[in-house]
Design a protein around this ligand. Structure first.
Ligand SMILES: NC(=O)C1=CN([C@@H]2O[C@H](COP(=O)(O)OP(=O)(O)OC[C@H]3O[C@@H](n4cnc5c(N)ncnc54)[C@H](OP(=O)(O)O)[C@@H]3O)[C@@H](O)[C@H]2O)C=CC1
Ligand SMILES: O=C(O)CCC(=O)C(=O)O
Length: 502
């Protein structure tokens, strides 16, 4: 502990000793499911909140979006319970996440029942979010929060605003959060949520109203020791500030620890925004070193120039690598001599502006993936490296900045082609790691400076890198399998100690 910190951790800050903060609810859901419906009247619109615990058939992106009809939620017994064929997984986030568990399960000594349990989320909440548009009309959006597992600590994970958000996707992403927190040895479990919306179609005021209402709808299932949200695609520090304020207003006191990734002035941590990209850069640097190569002779291509991509590109550029290509949805900018990443506008600085940079050739967005570079960093969306393009990838190394950018089929092709791939649950884990630092700062009512944040981030990343590397070397697995083995063993051991609720 640093001097002056209030010790809320029973002397185990940074370890799994934070039992006093762990949600005392049973770690396993009761058998069967509970469906609770709340109805309320608001501005003449009937609202339904459905909290569905277990046994949920995940609805796809509702085609009725925007028409106010979100009443179709199925409660059936078709859980994602591992029916995915190991030989023929589907390429969705959930399909990929389930397949990855199956692959890793072949190399771990974890109870079969626990493995089966880990293929199911504890709870998925679907909410209806009415928003008053600036013209006075009411539009209805659908939001989700998937809570996968909390055996190691409160649920933790980002909130995504994107038109293709689905309950299924949230479940897959929540599973990855469980593994990510376990790989980093953070006292958190896994969750993920989102709203089916294109944030570019919302004014700032509409975005604020949507965020506040979404938070209100999630009030019963989130909290600083229950489930702690954070930014993801389409959300950022401002979104988190609104969420924190909405939750705090409902509770009657300021509760900064309910979300992380806030602006530092309202309890956020310096360095959080840069952290996922920063950790991608740290892991890339370590991997290059591990291969006895020199970062200064390394060319890098980064897909996506948002929070993760821009910060990864800029850190690697600063440390001497040649970032030769970056992209956003509109296209790629490519210069084999290297780009000046500081002067290319990131999504946050100016959305969709990568191709306005004049010192390079403009290519199609997807062309970036197949460039002949040393390191490819997909840092935009999921499922971009597939069986269809895996044979055309020319990079020597892939470091996953985004969550789930590689389908299972592509994973196998890269393994056959001996292209090492460092998985998301290690590489981009700096985000949730600095979120953990932020949460500690909020609980302790303390502020860390950037030097301390970056020092501790470096320490956590190197420790996780070494843990994964040891398993990789000892057991001759892929890097993804090694990271999964570490995560599954940690979660399995925690479950064994805590036991099943009688
Ligand atoms: N934010 C976080 O804390 C963390 C995020 N992640 C993951 O990283 C990924 C990116 O998230 P984040 O950086 O926050 O998101 P942002 O919304 O900040 O940025 C996403 C970027 O990806 C670009 N993009 C979207 N689609 C494509 C495409 N088809 N081709 C090329 N570029 C594209 C966007 O382009 P445009 O600007 O043109 O829209 C934008 O530059 C996601 O998978 C997320 O889950 C992982 C860990 C933490
Ligand atoms: O910071 C966090 O809590 C989670 C960030 C996130 O969503 C992720 O790592 O995918």
């Amino acid at each position: 502990m640093y001097p002056g910190d209030v010790d809320f951790s029973n002397g185990h800050e940074g370890t799994l000793g934070k039992r006093s903060l762990i949600n005392p609810r049973p770690p396993f859901p009761h058998p069967g499911y509970i469906s609770t419906m709340f109805a309320a009247k608001f501005m003449g619109v009937t609202l339904c909140r459905k909290v569905i615990e277990k046994k949920l058939s995940y609805p796809t992106n509702p085609s009725s979006q925007g028409e106010g009809d979100t009443s179709q939620i199925m409660v059936t017994d078709t859980t994602p319970n591992g029916d995915e064929s190991i030989d023929d997984p589907d390429d969705s986030a959930l399909g990929t996440a389930l397949h990855q568990i199956d692959r890793a399960a072949q190399h771990v000594d974890v109870d079969e029942g626990v493995l089966e349990l880990m293929k199911n989320p504890t709870r998925v909440v679907e909410v209806t979010v009415p928003v008053e548009r600036d013209d006075g009309s009411i539009e209805t959006f659908t939001g989700y929060r998937a809570q996968h597992d909390d055996v190691r600590g409160p649920y933790k994970g980002g909130i995504r605003y994107h038109p293709e958000v689905t309950a299924e996707e949230a479940v897959g992403l929540s599973m990855w959060m469980t593994w990510k927190c376990a790989v980093m040895d953070l006292p958190f479990g896994g969750a993920k949520g989102g709203v089916v919306v294109d944030p570019n179609d919302l004014s700032r005021k509409e975005n604020e109203r949507l965020t506040r209402r979404f938070t209100e709808e999630l009030r019963d299932v989130i909290g600083p020791t229950i489930d702690i949200a954070a930014p993801d695609m389409g959300t950022g520090p401002q979104t988190m500030a609104w969420m924190m304020d909405a939750f705090s207003m409902q509770q009657g006191e300021t509760i900064p620890g309910v979300v992380t990734g806030k602006p530092p002035i309202v309890g956020g941590s310096v360095g959080r925004e840069e952290a996922p990209g920063h950790s991608v850069a740290i892991i890339t640097r370590e991997f290059i070193d591990y291969q006895d190569r020199d970062l200064k002779d390394t060319t890098v291509a980064v897909q996506g120039y948002g929070s993760v991509g821009a910060n990864a590109a800029r850190a690697l550029d600063k440390w001497g690598a040649d970032v030769v290509a970056v992209s956003d949805v509109k296209g790629t900018v490519y210069n084999p001599e290297g780009l000046d990443t500081q002067t290319i506008p990131s999504y946050d600085e100016q959305p969709n502006a990568v191709t306005t940079y004049e010192e390079g050739e403009i290519l199609d967005a997807d062309e970036l993936l197949e460039l002949d570079v040393d390191v490819l960093i997909p840092a935009a969306i999921g499922g971009v490296l597939t069986e269809d393009n895996a044979d055309d990838i020319q990079a020597d190394i892939i470091v996953e900045g985004a969550n789930g950018p590689t389908t299972s089929g592509a994973d196998e092709i890269f393994a056959e082609r001996d292209i090492p791939l460092v998985p998301d649950i290690l590489a981009n884990a700096g985000g949730v790691t600095v979120s953990y630092f932020e949460w500690l700062q909020d609980i302790n009512r303390r502020k860390w400076d950037l030097e301390r944040v970056n020092e501790e981030l470096e320490e956590f990343m190197l420790s996780a890198w070494n843990d994964v590397r040891e398993i990789y070397e000892e057991r001759e697995l892929t890097w993804r399998e090694a990271a999964y083995v570490l995560a599954l063993e940690r979660v399995g051991e925690a479950k064994a100690y805590r036991g099943l609720w009688p």
